[in-house]
Design a protein around this ligand. Structure first.
Ligand code: NAD
Ligand code: MG
Length: 474
């Protein structure tokens, strides 16, 4: 294997303030009680900035600003709203290098991914929904579809700016106003997005950003003047939010966890499948709700495929997220690292065989080597629970029927992958999988025109595409 010289992206494109306020009604302001928290770079544990913690009164002000802005924003012709969204999309493209570096600093993901995946998709999402804003009467939701009102949006830390785009772009295109709460470990790109909104001269109050932890999110979704709640995150918190919202008349969409099967048949192109397996579970350190975290491989090719997969894993570079050669960056937080470590130890204790390539992990920061478990059975916790890290559980099957049965044997149903040379087999198996997205001979591919969402405990409602408009229309 070649040794690569370091190729660090310069962080000088990002100018960080030492502290950030809440973005309410078009201006940044401190929390009423002055409370703050720190966000760190998970690759170094360096504090990046102090950020305001929004309490109930701050959330009140943000919701009131969104309510006040709603009248004029919802009354604008769609073509006028589109102009703002196109402007936001173009500013994001212009500032994409800065935003990519910022995202890698606050989240720990490799710059290769924030630069080539997250940021292009963020811009594409705003462009896509900008295009819908003046065509809503033709979207299939009646001749004169109306917005819902004020949307409360709570997002996770794995794709901070992309999850913001998924939530904000369709909400604004359809004439709603929003109060968004980013995750407590990755608040910075949402605050930079607030600055993008100012640059685009978006009317004050149309987008409000409140930072803080779970308490802030809980006040926001419970606020009586919110009409619509959209949440992406853990199934546990999703359940709590569903209980809060029940009986209030608020509309709710939930995008929760997953335990996707990536199914490799014996006629699959093996080298391609190995790339897809690697991309499926090691992309974004495995902090991906639709990650291919269960590999189902046909028994007669299991040995050959695993040998090839291990060889490939030996070439993955783990380390500095800002290095352009890095494949796997830092785990987002100490808490997430503890969760991944615990579940992996349980996997070994339950009898599965654990393997990682030799790799040197940096001394400071939060790191986890890419790991596979073989000899996993369906009863093992590592086959059932979302690990949300770079850990793959490998199971085998003999027949297509057994593959389908095992793939569907999960409380989740967000995504799945099928690898086969045979088109008829792909269609037949895809038809039987209980998953919102099924990829064939590829994995983790996203496009703003394609709806995304789950079955069962993975949540309900769709984001993206024409379907994604429905969640924001009355
Ligand atoms: P989480 O669900 O606690 O956090 C997601 C967001 O919800 C954050 O913004 C958080 O502040 C907010 N939140 C927390 N409690 C809330 C409440 N009671 N009311 C309203 N908002 C609340 O997720 P986590 O603790 O960061 O991660 C735990 C596990 O969740 C992970 O290990 C992973 O399995 C899963 N997860 C899934 C996704 C996904 O994309 N589906 C994203 C992140 C985490
Ligand atoms: Mg951080």
């Amino acid at each position: 294997m070649f040794e690569y010289a370091p190729a660090p992206e310069s962080r000088s494109v990002v100018e960080l303030d030492s502290s950030y306020g809440l973005f309410i009604d078009g201006a940044f302001e401190a929390a009423k009680d002055g409370a703050t928290f720190k966000t760190v770079n998970p690759a170094t544990e360096e504090v990046l900035a102090e950020v305001a913690t929004a309490g109930p009164e701050d959330v009140d002000r943000a919701v009131a600003a969104a309510r006040h802005a709603y009248g004029a924003w919802s009354a604008l012709p769609g073509a006028e709203r589109a102009k703002y969204l196109f402007r936001i999309a173009r500013i994001i493209q212009e500032r994409s290098r800065e935003l990519a570096v910022l995202e890698s600093l606050d989240n720990g993901k490799p710059i290769k991914e924030s630069r080539d995946v997250d940021l292009p998709l963020v811009a594409a999402h705003f462009f896509y929904y900008a295009g819908w804003a003046d065509k809503l009467p033709y979207a299939g939701f009646g001749p004169d579809p109306k917005p819902i009102g004020v949307a409360a949006q709570v997002i996770p830390w794995n794709f901070p700016l992309l999850m913001l785009a998924w939530k904000v772009a369709p909400a604004l295109a359809t004439g709603n106003t929003v109060v968004l709460k980013p995750a407590e470990t990755t608040p910075l790109s949402a605050l930079f997005f607030a600055d993008v909104c100012r640059q685009a001269e978006l009317p004050p109050g149309v987008v409000n950003i409140v930072t803080g932890a779970g308490d802030t999110g809980a006040y926001l979704v419970a606020h009586p003047d919110v009409d619509k709640v959209a949440f992406t995150g853990s199934t546990e918190v999703g359940r709590e939010i569903a209980r809060t919202v029940a009986g209030t008349g608020k509309r709710l969409t939930l995008e929760l966890g997953g335990k996707a099967a990536n199914i490799v048949f014996d006629d699959a192109p093996l080298d391609q499948a190995v790339e897809g397996i690697v991309n499926g579970i090691f992309f974004n350190q495995g902090h991906v709700c639709c990650a291919g975290s269960r590999l189902l491989v046909q028994e007669n090719i299991a040995e050959e495929l695993l040998a090839s997969l291990k060889r490939r894993m030996g070439t993955l570079r783990v380390g500095d997220p800002l290095d352009k050669n890095t494949d796997i960056g830092a785990i987002n937080s100490a808490a997430q690292l503890a969760r991944i470590t615990e579940l992996s130890e349980i996997g070994a204790a339950e009898g599965a065989e654990r393997w990682s390539p030799a790799c040197q992990l940096p001394e400071r920061g939060f790191w986890f080597a890419p790991t596979i478990f073989t000899g996993v059975t369906q009863a093992h916790r590592i086959a059932r629970e979302e690990i949300f890290g770079p850990v793959l559980s490998v199971l085998t099957f003999r027949t297509p029927a057994e593959a389908v049965e095992k793939a569907n044997n999960t409380p989740y149903g967000l995504s799945a992958g099928i690898w086969s040379e045979k088109g008829s087999r792909i269609l037949a198996v895809a038809d039987k999988l209980r998953a919102g997205v099924v990829w064939a001979n590829t994995f983790n591919k996203f496009d703003p025109a394609s709806p995304f969402g789950g079955y069962k405990e993975s949540g309900y409602g769709r984001e993206g595409g024409r379907h994604g408009l429905e969640a924001y229309l009355a």
